[in-house]
Design a protein around this ligand. Structure first.
Ligand SMILES: [Zn+2]
Length: 628
């Protein structure tokens, strides 16, 4: 008993909850009265009940336990007969016995938790007045917390104390450990209180949302320029006005944070809101479930979609004016099945913000050597320049930058894009519209009759477009386009696979730029460090080299990264490569030759140069590029 008392006192002192003098005084009182230390401390007003129960909860661990049914009968809380009925119910629905007894009305939940708590020697926590730490609560997502009936209470020395409805469920404890990366100390609380606490804690987000709503003068920031909303807006009631405002706030916030996409996802318990920022999805305050239908309808109206149609995917678009610039939003709906509410639509809005695309080659991350060669290529009178990489690797930003560089009143530049992501002054940009019969192949035929000098083709998706593009290049036009390949040498093999004659490829392709986007280290919290020697060895960097990383700060949301950076691999074919293409040699062989040539930086090498310069981290480059 003495040992336990001492320990409790020490913990309280360590946590700064009481002072040494207070403990000594309490010990005296304890000796005098025989009342427990904890109770004395509470009585003297040194700590409150919650603090005490929290600390107690941490000390106590799962012990050998008697079967709960027996205990309840022993204590005279239920009869043998009721136990039998409870066991039968358990057999039928597979729930825990305790729950079945509550369901049958033989015992109250609070009483059950009390007994369990005593039986398991686990602290019983009353959550009603507990002062939750919102950050800690969010370590476990709402869905998971609800599913497992758990809510984190506090953290100390790498251990999180979690209130659980069933602290004996070791599998849940393991899941929580895995999810949080911390040790878990369970305490018990009534299931109802946990669910209520989860609801309350997570609904504070919604309160936040409302306060954002009220504090923002949306009309000054955001103007809906083109939508087909007029009819539906007429007679909008107060609630309707709130929804309109809320949607405007969402869009406004996303644009302000530099997001490329807004995701609105109907989940079982709430509507998840996420923004894609610098390539990663970031969760935002959820949208109240009761507003889901209205928000979805509002967005569909703005995008000119059929609001009555909820079972088929749709797409649409609209435009907003934000801080004096016009921004296009492409909206797509996708019906998803929820367990409780049937089919709901997930909405994704792509934000096509011209100001984020209008970057120079330097800003995109071109090293001066690559920039020099690329600048040369895009000034050729004819030929094809290809930009390759997966979706979202920034290919169109590069092409837009190139078009802006070469724009000249004496040239006719025509584009064919799907979609037009940025409006360039002075350049005629075509928008692909397959439903109207405007496909890449169809467009290509027309462009050639438009007396072009430079043609930009958003993507070479089919062999027909490829062949026409090559013909155009061979007849005195400069053509820019993109392909989906992993590296620059593969562009040649991809064209061969598409059935293009090898001699047409070698006589038209003058350069291939492969690219990736990685995250830039946050300039506000960048710090040097010495990386793991094993990683350094793997990349061939000098042993003991100092590299950089972001420590994490307010400016970067503690991620250590801010903004993005391109990695580039520019390959200009030489005679050997032409020969290799004519012989249908694999891309590996072409790459090996280029690397030997000396003037070719692979994506990995380009990335490592940027790692050494402190622009990005070694992890980003290793993640985005392959070994050479
Ligand atoms: Zn930072």
């Amino acid at each position: 008993m003495e040992r336990r008392r001492k320990k409790l006192g020490e913990i309280l002192i360590a946590q700064g909850l009481i002072t040494e003098e207070q403990l000594l005084y309490a010990l005296q009182e304890h000796k005098r009265t025989g009342v427990t230390i904890g109770a004395i401390l509470v009585k003297l007003g040194y700590i409150n009940d919650d603090e005490l129960s929290s600390v107690l909860g941490k000390q106590i661990h799962l012990d050998q336990r008697k079967r709960i049914g027996e205990v309840l009968v022993d204590q005279g809380l239920i009869s043998e007969n009721q136990l039998q009925l409870g066991l039968e119910e358990q057999h039928r629905n597979g729930m825990q016995l305790g729950k079945c007894l509550v369901k049958l009305g033989f015992i109250t939940e609070v009483k059950l938790v009390d007994v369990l708590s005593a039986q398991l020697d686990i602290q019983h926590v009353m959550l009603e007045s507990f002062n939750f730490n919102p950050q800690l609560v969010r370590l476990i997502p709402k869905e998971m917390a609800t599913k497992y009936r758990v809510i984190p209470l506090f953290e100390q020395d790498g251990t999180i104390t979690v209130a659980m409805a069933d602290p004996t469920n070791l599998r849940t404890v393991d899941h929580l450990k895995f999810k949080t990366g911390k040790d878990i100390e369970p305490v018990i609380a009534a299931e109802k209180s946990i669910l209520a606490a989860i609801e309350k804690q997570f609904s504070q987000d919604q309160i936040d949302m409302t306060s954002v709503l009220n504090s923002l003068q949306v009309s000054d920031e955001l103007d809906i320029v083109s939508t087909e909303e007029t009819a539906a807006d007429k007679g909008a009631d107060e609630e309707g006005a709130q929804v309109i405002k809320l949607v405007n706030v969402l869009i406004n916030q996303a644009i302000q944070e530099g997001a490329s996409d807004i995701h609105i996802e109907p989940l079982e318990q709430y509507v998840r809101l996420r923004y894609r920022i610098d390539g990663d999805l970031v969760e935002k305050s959820p949208i109240p479930l009761q507003l889901r239908a209205q928000i979805t309808s509002r967005m569909k109206i703005m995008a000119g979609m059929d609001i009555a149609e909820k079972r088929k995917p749709q797409d649409g678009r609209f435009q907003v004016r934000f801080q004096g610039r016009e921004i296009d939003l492409r909206v797509s709906s996708y019906p998803v099945m929820t367990r409780k509410r049937g089919v709901n639509e997930k909405i994704v809005m792509r934000i096509l913000d011209a100001s984020t695309k209008q970057l120079s080659l330097d800003q995109l991350g071109f090293l001066s050597k690559t920039k020099e060669v690329f600048n040369d290529l895009i000034r050729h009178p004819d030929g094809i320049v290809l930009v390759t990489g997966p979706t979202g690797s920034g290919k169109s930003s590069t092409l837009y930058a190139a078009l802006q560089i070469i724009y000249d009143i004496s040239k006719n530049i025509v584009t064919m894009e799907d979609p037009v992501e940025l409006h360039l002054d002075g350049i005629c940009q075509g928008q692909i519209m397959p439903r109207a019969g405007f496909t890449f192949a169809e467009g290509m035929r027309s462009i050639l009759r438009q007396d072009p000098d430079v043609i930009m083709i958003g993507e070479m998706r089919d062999s027909e477009t490829c062949e026409m593009a090559i013909q155009a290049a061979l007849t005195g036009h400069l053509v820019f386009s993109t392909l989906h390949t992993n590296d620059s040498p593969s562009a040649f093999t991809r064209l061969l696979d598409m059935g293009v004659e090898p001699y047409l490829i070698t006589s038209s392709v003058i350069g291939v730029l492969a690219q990736r986007l990685v995250r830039r280290i946050c300039p506000k919290c960048r710090e040097p460090y010495t990386p793991d020697p094993e990683i350094v060895a793997r990349t061939g960097l000098r042993p003991g080299i100092q590299l950089f990383r972001g420590k994490g700060c307010k400016a970067c949301n503690n991620s250590g990264y801010k903004g993005r950076l391109g990695l580039y691999e520019l390959l200009t074919p030489d005679e050997t490569i032409s020969k290799m293409v004519l012989q249908h040699q694999p891309s590996d062989a072409i790459k090996a030759h280029a690397l030997k040539r000396g003037d070719f930086d692979s994506l990995r090498r380009d990335g490592l140069r940027k790692v050494i310069e402190g622009q990005t981290t070694i992890e980003q480059v290793l993640g985005a590029t392959q070994n050479d």
